[in-house]
Design a binder for this molecule. Sequence first.
Ligand code: ZN
Length: 175
Amino acid sequence: MEKKMEWKTDCNTCRTHLADLLLDESYVTEHPEMAEHMATCAECRTELEDLQATVALLGEWTAPEPSPYFDVKLRARLREAQALEPEGLWSRIRSFMLFSTGRRLRPALAGALVVAVVLGGGGTFAGLYTRTGAVAVQASPTVNDLKVLDNNAQALQQMDQLLDSSDDSSAPPTT
Ligand SMILES: [Zn+2]
């Protein structure tokens, strides 16, 4: 288009546009000089035919079947990974906090942690409820909430320390 003016189609130009010639049918009609060159230059024609043959082969190629044990092995690996999940998740969060530079991520992290701690507390509460019966229920929600708040505060404080020590470039000195 922009370089259409009066360039001569030599072999170099022709070779760089082999893919266009092969894949874009309108290219030849827009660049008749290419077809002209192809008609006169046996080498470029051979090059194009080779490429055509390769593409045709790729079209016929089918991926080999996986071995019969592939699925079994994959499922075993998945089960292993799932068994490791709690530790993996925690270490992922930990390394995320350690290596991320993000002060901006802190609110999101704190929120996630609060959710996690509250969910944990709820689970404990449900356990208490079924074990101790109705008498204890009056007191335990409050106790639980207080414990959750306390845990939260401690966790957030620890996270603050972690974040401060890891991104000291932007943080004011804390000691
Ligand atoms: Zn040529």
